[in-house]
Every structure is written in C-alpha cells, then in structure tokens.
Design a binder for this molecule. Structure first.
Ligand code: BES
Ligand code: ZN
Ligand code: ZN
Length: 483
C-alpha cells in the first residue's frame, strides 16, 4: 500500500531519505529533523557521505533505521536512474525486515515524486506465487509505504497505473497451463463486471469458423484449449464517435509449432501473451481512472503447440480479410492471429486508429535489445504521440522504418502473401510489421514489438526484477490519457 503524507514523522521502521549534493553542502534539507541534519553534517565532515549518486548510508536510530541515499547533482538527475535507486533502497529496507517504510523525496518536483512512486510500485514487484516461503514476500501491497509529498490526483493515478502494469505482469509470469484462453476470458470478465459504458464480444472456435477467421484458427489447431478473440468496447466519451483500438497478441504458449523452437528459445514462451496482457492492464487502468475516451480493447488469444492437428508449414489458409496466406514457418504465428484480429476489428468496429502490441519477432530483440520496444507506423502524428508518451513514462520505444519496397519480402508463389520475410530473416521486425500493415486496410495504424522488453530473463534490468515487466501498459495508458 502506498500512501502520501505532507510531513515526515520519522516513526516508520525504515525511512529512506533522498538527498542531493547541494543539500548536503548547505546542510539544508526537505525534512525537519535537526538531529538527522546534524548527523549528516558529521558524516560529511568525516568525508563519509556527500550524497554522490547511488551512495547510500545506513544510520540506525535505535530500533529504527534511516537510509540516506545520494542522488548526486540535482540538475543531473535522471528519472530512470532514480527509479533504479528507489528500487535498490526499498530492497535494502526490506532486507532489514522493515514492513513500514517512509520515503523522503529531496524535492517536491512532480516528475520526481511520480518516478519515486514507480520505483516503489514497479521496482519492488516480485513474482512469488510458487515460492514455498511467502514470508520473504517483498511485494509492495504487503508493505506500508509512505511517500512524503502532498497528495495529488496525479500521484494516486500513478499508483493506480502501476497496479495495472503489475496485473499484466502476474498474467505473464504465471504458468502457461494456468493462464489459458479461458483464464484470460475470466480475468477480463472480472474486470468489466458491473462497469458502465462497457460491452464485450467474445468469439470462440465455433464463432471463428462461422465468421472465417482462418488464420487465427490455423494457429490454434494443435491445442486442446480453444482460441478466443475478446473485444471490449469502452465508451468513456459518448459525445465522440471516434474509437482507438488496442490489439494484443495473446499466445498463451509459443512452442514454434512444427517449426519447433530449440532449447534456449522456448523456455520463456509463456510470455508470448504479453501483448494481450498489456491490453488487459490498460483496460484495468482505463476503468480505474474512468478515462473519458473511447477505446476498443482486443485480445487475440491462441496457443501454438504441436500435435497431430497442428497446422503445417507449406499449407495455405484463408484469412478473415479474404487474402490467402502461405504458412512458410509455423513459428511466425503472431502475425497470423493479429492479422485476423486487426481485419475483424476494422471491419466490424471501424476504429479511427489502431495500435497493435505483440512479442512478435526475435529480430526486434537483435535490432533494439531489451530496453526499447520497436515502433512501426506509417503515420507520423501517431508516431509523435506514442514517442511522447514513451518519453514521459520511460516505457521506451524506438521507431523502425517501413517503406513500399518491403512489400517484396512477403510475396508468395502459391498464395496472396506469406508469413515470412526476406532471406536469412533480414529486417525481420519490419517485414513482420509489413505483413500486419497489409491487413490494416488503410486505417491509421501503429505496431509495437515488445519481444525484447516484455520479460527479464535475468536477475533484473533497469528497475524491473526477474520476469515480466508490464512493458506497454504505462505507455498506452499515458497515450489514452493524452490523445
Ligand atoms: N514469439 C516469437 C518472438 C519472440 C522471440 C518473442 C523472442 C520473445 C522473444 C514469435 O512468434 C516468433 O517465433 N517469431 C519468429 C519469426 C520467424 C520465424 C520469422 C522469430 O522471431 O524467430
Ligand atoms: Zn513464434
Ligand atoms: Zn510468438
């Protein structure tokens, strides 16, 4: 639980005090505690603490603990680095077994307070469901965290938005055989139950057959779980007829299909529903914030597994749009499911803009690594808006080009289009996007490839611990709030 308070009373088990170099030099702080100011003065005189960046100093105060944390020069402060600093400080406080923590921010700057909130809520998230000793749980909702700042709507909103991102992370982190299409359906129904301005359409196997979502069905052929296309329509601004559609790839597991993934590539593939999970997180946020915007949330859910029914390389399937598709590789399944979802939503819901989000290509990870998601769009305005949201939230994206000649990559000898790009996977992130573009039918469209950013397969990266990051949730929530 995160709460806000105007003034510190230094009565929590741990107090994290952020200080910058100038404050230490002048011995002028944002808190009123002469005793502590005096202690810092002595440390400074002894050359032990000057508030250099990431310099931390524990000061036991009887049974309680004050943790001094330096942020360096105020003018050099990076909000991204601050989130990392807050995450580390919180984890140190938890190591001292503190269950109540107070954080004294060194300035009342709104963006600094917001980054602090995110450092706590995003940074201390940990997936502990399958650990036998939940007593070591360090997740923030188990603790009492007070941030010293005057309570403002943007701060409580920031806490709300982080909770949306953390729901996304829970969905991704849990077992693939737990988070199935039925589980995701139940989760979505739970979120929208009893909410005003919301309606839902849910397509199962039968409805997909009737309507001809041939690509989505093909991908799911080997699975004993049913595919789902779940569409939630939210009308927060009844005066407007304009809707933005968010379409997420929801591969509950991606083995690669008959083009089976090798060891080393398959282990994290329960995260292949990160796009759909991000859309669910944004849905939660939209409802919690009561956004006055019109949004269509789309979760395209399937499981790409092997078995006698699995779809086969070389075969041709007909898409919802009518185009036929040659399956050149069963591991390029995301674009198939998304192509049908995009075409279906455009034909039946007529959104003004559509943004898809997917763990789509390993090529995007090669191109941009793990800190930036790929953005591909033909619309410069939409690009600017998304990049602005990216900068504000530190949910990072980088634009990749798309241009007419890329059409060549997805030409097929036997069908209208094929699900593979240039030889040797050249520009694989872009050719996958080109495949999607050809199903967007002229609607203003942007594609986010979160293959590299959705999951941390190590101890930690930036201010994310091991596992899902919730990438895309803060970005798209900010986008909806501001556009
Ligand atoms: N889900 C994968 C992409 C992926 C790779 C996500 C690494 C997260 C981390 C996607 O379905 C896939 O397998 N793509 C293939 C496409 C190829 C066959 C054209 C890939 O990237 O190798
Ligand atoms: Zn795949
Ligand atoms: Zn996939």
């Amino acid at each position: 639980m995160i709460s806000f308070k105007d003034k510190s009373s230094f009565d929590k088990e741990a107090t994290i005090v952020l200080v910058d170099e100038q404050q230490v030099k002048e011995n002028k702080f944002s808190f009123q505690n002469k005793d502590l100011a005096q202690q810092i003065k002595s440390l400074q005189t002894a050359g032990q603490f000057a508030a250099e960046k990431d310099q931390s100093f524990p000061l036991p105060q009887g049974k309680k603990m004050v943790l001094l944390v330096g942020v360096g020069k105020k003018e050099d402060l990076s909000l991204s680095a601050l989130r990392v600093t807050i995450r580390r400080a919180m984890l140190s406080a938890y190591l001292t077994k503190a269950c109540s923590v107070e954080i004294i921010v060194h300035t009342s700057d709104e963006s600094v307070v917001k980054a602090t909130i995110e450092g706590v809520a995003i940074g201390t998230y940990a997936w502990k469901k399958y650990k036998s000793k939940p007593k070591t749980d360090s997740s923030v909702d188990q603790k009492d965290v007070t941030i010293i700042a005057a309570k403002k709507d943007i701060y409580t909103d920031a806490v709300t938005i982080c909770a949306g991102a953390n729901l996304t992370r829970d969905l991704i982190n849990d077992n693939a055989d737990v988070v199935t299409s039925a589980f995701l359906e139940k989760t979505i129904k739970g979120l929208i139950k009893g909410k005003k301005s919301v309606s839902a359409e849910i397509l199962g196997k039968k409805q997909m057959e009737q309507k001809g979502l041939g690509l989505h069905l093909a991908v799911n052929q080997g699975s004993r779980n049913e595919p789902r296309l779940i569409i939630v329509k939210y009308t927060g601004n009844p005066k407007s007829k304009d809707y933005v559609a968010l379409v997420g790839k929801g591969m509950t597991y991606d083995t690669g299909g008959l083009n089976l993934k090798p060891t080393g590539s398959i282990e994290t593939m329960r995260s292949d529903m990160s796009g759909a999970s991000a859309v669910i997180g944004v849905l939660k946020n939209t409802l919690a914030l009561g956004l006055k915007k019109n949004v269509i949330f789309v979760m395209a859910i399937a499981e790409n597994v092997i078995g006698s029914g699995a779809y086969k390389p070389g075969d041709v399937f007909k898409s919802y749009l009518g185009k036929t598709v040659e399956i050149a590789n069963t591991d390029a399944e995301g674009r198939l499911v998304l192509a049908d979802a995009i075409a279906y939503v455009i034909k039946n819901y007529h959104p003004k803009r559509l943004i898809d989000i997917a763990t789509l290509t390993g090529a995007c990870v090669v191109a941009l690594g793990h800190d930036y998601s790929g953005l591909v769009t033909t619309d410069n305005d939409l690009s600017r808006q998304l990049i602005r949201s990216s900068k504000e939230t530190d949910d990072r994206i980088w634009r990749l080009p798309i241009y007419p000649e890329v059409k060549e990559a997805v030409k097929s000898n036997v069908a209208d289009i094929r699900n593979l790009g240039f030889a040797k996977g050249a520009a694989g992130a872009i050719t996958a996007a080109e495949f999607l573009r050809q199903f967007s039918n002229g609607t203003i469209w942007a594609h986010l490839d979160i293959a590299g950013t959705a999951f941390v397969d190590q101890q930690c990266r930036l201010y994310y611990g091991h596992g899902a990051t919730g990438s895309g949730v803060r970005l798209l929530t900010h986008y909806l709030q501001n556009n």
